[in-house]
Design a protein. Structure first.
Length: 137
């Protein structure tokens, strides 16, 4: 079984309630051995999923079919030797004054546009953000 990382982005409605999404996702991810992190910024979700190839692929297929996600785009997919977000079944970072400098550091413009990031940049950004945010919800 291969350990993989998948990063995608999608557009979400501002009124989307992440409370329910996070509760269901965290329980499912823990049960299925998935770890990862989710960033919500500028009506965009950027999420990294880590786990077995089969389970991560099934999870992403479910996300693509979810009507709350508009225009999903796969940014990066790679095999891993170790997980980067092993302590979270689903870490969550909303846009804030803490995340803003890092988002700008990796962005190609003043507005955060995850569709313009390379897979490597996106992975580094999420890893850096996870270190700066002391308590990820």
């Amino acid at each position: 079984m291969f350990l993989v990382s998948l990063i995608y982005t999608s557009e979400m409605n501002v009124s989307t309630d992440f409370t329910d999404i996070l509760a269901v996702s965290r329980a499912r991810n823990e049960r299925e051995g998935i770890t990862g992190i989710l960033l919500f910024c500028n009506n965009n979700v950027v999420q990294c999923l880590e786990g077995s190839r089969e389970v991560v692929n099934k999870t992403y297929a479910r996300i693509v079919r979810d009507t709350r996600h508009q225009n999903p785009l796969l940014i990066d997919y790679r095999t891993l030797s170790t997980r980067l977000f092993s302590t979270w079944s689903m870490g969550y970072m909303p846009e804030s004054s803490v995340t803003q400098p890092t988002l700008l550091k990796y962005s190609v413009s003043r507005n955060f546009e995850p569709r313009l990031l390379s897979g490597e940049s996106c992975l580094r950004m999420l890893a850096e953000l996870s270190q700066k945010v002391h308590t990820v919800q």
